[in-house]
Design a protein around this ligand. Structure first.
Ligand code: IPE
Ligand code: IPE
Ligand code: MG
Length: 263
């Protein structure tokens, strides 16, 4: 794996540290097309995408972004050919093992969300080990969305809350926005401020449907295996140039922002 460039290599940066997003969510897309363009197998694109993951994670850490979600595998991605799914699972397992040392060194905590029970046992074990080993790290949280679907998460949450009502543990009127947000897998993670999707696709593909209500969306043509620090910085510059209003007028943004933060 190539090493990442220190951010000092980008002297023209005009980012304001005080206005960094708290949570950046990434849809890492375009691995297959990257490989196709080079006459390589799709899996080669996935393999090279690992370098981009390291670059994104470590740059975000250096920039002081406290939460980063990586959409690594969607519920719908199980529909891909078995050989590709198996490759992705092996890659994930290897990533979790090989990156652990670097994550510990940088104080990065790893959490995971999605239908984790569908992952192969060796992946689940590697995931569990990484989650446990990094649990006390405080510099940044990396959330891995694995076998994740936004609709599935919402439906599962609705079912759990309904069961709690049926069992008499809560009353229906207690289910409000903060309670619902607090029952999602992202209960302890603030809503994303910025969503980045690579590869030129302008869609959400069932990612964080509840959480993205007021997120700034950023789409880039860059294919995921080509994504590096400069691409993250470009997204952050675009983010800082925007004016978030949360449905209110500029004067009342602070109040509106706290209202929109369901959790
Ligand atoms: C993203 O790249 C990786 C996963 C979805 C797991 P793709 O594999 O979707 O690449 P394209 O979109 O086919 O180029
Ligand atoms: C979204 O990309 C899922 C991940 C990046 C993990 P896809 O490539 O699966 O999305 P579609 O099929 O183009 O919508
Ligand atoms: Mg894709």
């Amino acid at each position: 794996m190539t090493s990442t460039l220190p951010l000092a290599e980008f002297p023209n940066l005009s980012l304001e540290p005080a206005r960094m997003p708290r949570h950046v969510a990434m849809v890492m897309d375009g691995n297959g097309r990257w490989a196709n363009q080079r006459g390589l197998a799709r899996c080669e694109g996935h393999r090279r995408g690992k370098d981009s993951v390291r670059a994104a994670v470590e740059a975000a850490r250096e920039l002081g972004i406290p939460y980063l979600t990586l959409f690594a595998f969607s519920t719908e991605n199980w529909l891909r050919p078995g050989v590709e799914v198996r490759f992705l699972m092996q890659l994930l397992q290897r990533y979790l093992t090989t990156e652990l040392k670097r994550m510990m060194k940088r104080g990065i905590r790893v959490v995971a969300l999605g239908e984790l029970e569908r992952l192969p046992a060796p992946v689940r074990r590697a995931l569990q080990q990484t989650i446990e080993a990094t649990a006390e790290n405080r510099a940044m949280t990396v959330a891995l969305a694995l076998s994740y679907g936004g609709r599935q998460e919402i439906v599962k949450t609705a079912r759990r809350l309904t069961e709690a009502v049926a069992a008499g543990r809560i009353r229906p009127e207690q289910i409000d926005e903060p309670a619902f947000a607090g029952a999602l897998a992202t209960a302890d993670i603030p809503d994303p401020d910025l969503l980045i999707r690579t590869s030129g696709e302008i869609r959400l593909s069932n990612f964080y449907l509840f959480q993205l209500a007021y997120t700034e969306l950023y789409f880039t043509e860059t294919l995921w295996p080509d994504f590096r620090e400069r691409d993250l910085l470009a997204a952050l510059e675009a983010y800082q140039a925007r004016q978030r209003r949360f449905g209110a007028l500029v004067e009342n943004v602070a109040a509106a922002a706290s209202l929109s933060a369901a959790n």
